[in-house]
Design a protein around this ligand. Structure first.
Ligand code: PHE
Length: 498
C-alpha cells in the first residue's frame, strides 16, 4: 500500500533527524501530535517502512528539596562556608545564625559535616577540618539541573554513589521511562526518494471548496462493489405476506374479500352446513364453546325452520335428512368458529342470487393439542362461487388456477367427504422441495340441504383449507409453531421475495 502524505512527512522527519530519533522529537519535527505519530508509526512499522524500538531509561529528577539545595547549597556546605567566615571555629549556634539554617537543617548539616570529616565538635565548639571545593553529590546535582538526567550517563561519569546518596536524602528521584525510537528501514529510505504523495480525500467538503484545496487533493474512487451494512427495515410478518399474496391472486381472479365474526353461533358454524347436532366435530374436544355468554341469536324464523326441517326429514330438498329432533338451543350456542365456511355460508344467506365470487382469509380456532403440526388458533383460506351453470370442472379449474398462481404447477384431486358438499374433493399439490404431495384444500359443491334453505337456486362451488401449511411449504418450515415464535433472526433472514 502506498504512503499517505502524513506518513511520508513522518519518514522525512526521521530522516532529517539522522535516520533514527525519539518519537517525541519526530512528532515535533513533523508538526503532528505524538498520539497521531504513534498510531501512524505502528502502521508504518507493519508495512516495513520503519522500526519502532523501545528503550528503557532511568532519569534523575530533582525533588522540591533538591531544587532548594541547588539554589542555596547543601546544608553542610552552607555550614562549612559560615564556619570559614567565622574563622574556622565557632559555637554551633553562631554558625547556624550566620548560615541562616533552621534547626532541622543544622542537625542535617552537622551530621554530614562530621560524617565527611569536614568539621568536628570539641568542648562545645565546632572546628573546621578540611572540606573539598566540591563533592560528587554537588556535581551530580548541577548536572541534573542542567538537563543531564540520564542515570546511565551519570553512572558512567562515576557518580553512582553520589546518586544513591542524593536519592536516599530525598534530593533526587529516579524515574523509569520508556522511550520510543523510530528508525528508518531501507524501505523507508527508498520511499522518501518518491515525491510526497498527494492527499486523498473521500468527501468533498465546503472547506475544501472554499480554500481551493480541492485543486491539490486527489479524490478517492468509490468502490461500488464494497458490501454494504445489512439493514433490517420494518416488514410484514411472513404469514401476512402470504395472506397478501393470496388476496392478490383472488382479486386477480375476480373475487371479492369478505369477513365474518370470530365468535359464531353453532347455527352458522354447523347447522346451516347440514352438520348434524350430534356430529363428533361438535364435541368439546374439537370446538371451543363460549363460557360467557353461552348463546347468541338465531336468524329469521323462516330460515331456522327450513334448516331444522332439513336436518329432521329433508324438508323440500329431496333428502331424507338426518332423522333426529333438531334443537334450537344447540344451534344457539356460541363457539369460536372452527372454519371460515361459517363466514361464506352466512354471506350466501344474505346474497342468494348469482353471481357471487367471494373469498376470505381469516382466523379459526380448534381445541387442538399444540404440536409441530397443530395450533389452536390458525388461518383458513376459503372461497365460494355461486353462478349459473357452474360445476365440478369449474371448481377444479379455479383451484388449479389458484395454486398455479401460488407457484404449484401440479395439482391432484381426490374424492373426499364433508357433510355439506356433494361431490366432495380433497386437493393436493406437489411440492418439488419436499418431493411429496401435500393436502391443501377441501372442496365440493354445496348440497341442496345447504343451499335450498337459504333460497339459493344455482350451484355453489366451495373450498377451504389451512393457510399455515402453505406458508410452511413456501418457507421450508417443518414446525408450525415456528411461524408464531417471532424469532427475530429468522424473521430478518427471510427473503423479501421468496
Ligand atoms: N371447511 C372445511 C375444513 O375446514 C373445508 C371445506 C370448505 C370443504 C368448503 C368443502 C367446502 O376442512
Amino acid at each position: 500500500m502506498g504512503l499517505k502524505p502524513r506518513e511520508w512527512d513522518i519518514l522525512k522527519a526521521i530522516d532529517e533527524l539522522g535516520g533514527s530519533a525519539e518519537a517525541r522529537a519526530v512528532a515535533e519535527r513533523a508538526g503532528i501530535k505524538l498520539s497521531t505519530l504513534m498510531s501512524d508509526a505502528v502502521s508504518l512499522a507493519q508495512r516495513g517502512f520503519l522500526i519502532v524500538r523501545e528503550e528503557r531509561t532511568r532519569r534523575a529528577e530533582l525533588t522540591d528539596e533538591g531544587l532548594r539545595y541547588l539554589r542555596e547549597g547543601l546544608p553542610e556546605r552552607r555550614l562549612i562556608k559560615a564556619l570559614e567566615e567565622l574563622g574556622g571555629e565557632a559555637r554551633p549556634g553562631d554558625v547556624k545564625e550566620k548560615a541562616g539554617l533552621s534547626d532541622k537543617e543544622l542537625a542535617i548539616a552537622l551530621g554530614w559535616a562530621r560524617k565527611k570529616r569536614w568539621a568536628l565538635i570539641e568542648r562545645g565548639s565546632l572546628k573546621l577540618l578540611e572540606a573539598p571545593e566540591s563533592t560528587p553529590e554537588e556535581e551530580a546535582l548541577k548536572l541534573i539541573a542542567s538537563e543531564q538526567k540520564d542515570v546511565g550517563e551519570l553512572v558512567e561519569k562515576g557518580l553512582r554513589d553520589a546518586l544513591l546518596v542524593l536519592e536516599k536524602r530525598g534530593i533526587i528521584r529516579i524515574m523509569e521511562e520508556t522511550r520510543k525510537l523510530l528508525e528508518l528501514t531501507e524501505e523507508g529510505r527508498r520511499a522518501l526518494q518518491m515525491p510526497r504523495p498527494v492527499e486523498e480525500v473521500s468527501q468533498l467538503t465546503p472547506e475544501l471548496i472554499i480554500s481551493g484545496r480541492w485543486r491539490q487533493v486527489r479524490f478517492k474512487r468509490f468502490n461500488v462493489e464494497a458490501p454494504g451494512k445489512p439493514v433490517y427495515p420494518g416488514r410484514l410478518h411472513p404469514v401476512q405476506e402470504v395472506i397478501r399474496e393470496i388476496r392478490e391472486i383472488f382479486l386477480e381472479m375476480g373475487f371479492e374479500e369478505i369477513r365474518g365474526p370470530l365468535v359464531e353461533t353453532a347455527f352458522w358454524n354447523c347447522d346451516a352446513l347440514f352438520t348434524p347436532q350430534d356430529h363428533p366435530a361438535r364435541e368439546m374436544h374439537d370446538t371451543f364453546y363460549l363460557a360467557e355468554p353461552t348463546a347468541g341469536d338465531l336468524p329469521g324464523q323462516e330460515l331456522v325452520m327450513a334448516v331444522a326441517r332439513t336436518h329432521e326429514d329433508g324438508w323440500r330438498t329431496g333428502s331424507t335428512g338426518w332423522v333426529y329432533k333438531w334443537r334450537p338451543e344447540e344451534a344457539r350456542k356460541l363457539v369460536m368458529r372452527t372454519h371460515t365456511t361459517a363466514t361464506t355460508i352466512r354471506y350466501l344467506a344474505e346474497h342468494p342470487e348469482p353471481p357471487v365470487w367471494v373469498f376470505s382469509v381469516d382466523r379459526v380456532y380448534r381445541n387442538e393439542r399444540v404440536d409441530y403440526k397443530h395450533l389452536a388458533e390458525f388461518h383458513q383460506i376459503e372461497g365460494i362461487v355461486l353462478d349459473v351453470g357452474v360445476g365440478l370442472r369449474d371448481l377444479m379449474g379455479i383451484l388449479a388456477e389458484f395454486y398455479k398462481k401460488l407457484g404449484f404447477e401440479k395439482v391432484r384431486f381426490w374424492p373426499s367427504y364433508f357433510p355439506y358438499t356433494e361431490p366432495s374433493l380433497q386437493s393436493t399439490v406437489y411440492s418439488p422441495e419436499l418431493g411429496a404431495w401435500v393436502e391443501l384444500c377441501g372442496a365440493g359443491i354445496f348440497r341442496p340441504e345447504v343451499v335450498r334453505p337459504l333460497g339459493v337456486r344455482h350451484p355453489v362451488l366451495a373450498w377451504g383449507g389451512g393457510l399455515e401449511r402453505l406458508v410452511m411449504l413456501k418457507l421450508g418450515v417443518k414446525d408450525i409453531r415456528k411461524l408464531y415464535r417471532n424469532e427475530l433472526g429468522w424473521l430478518r433472514g427471510l427473503p423479501i421475495c421468496p
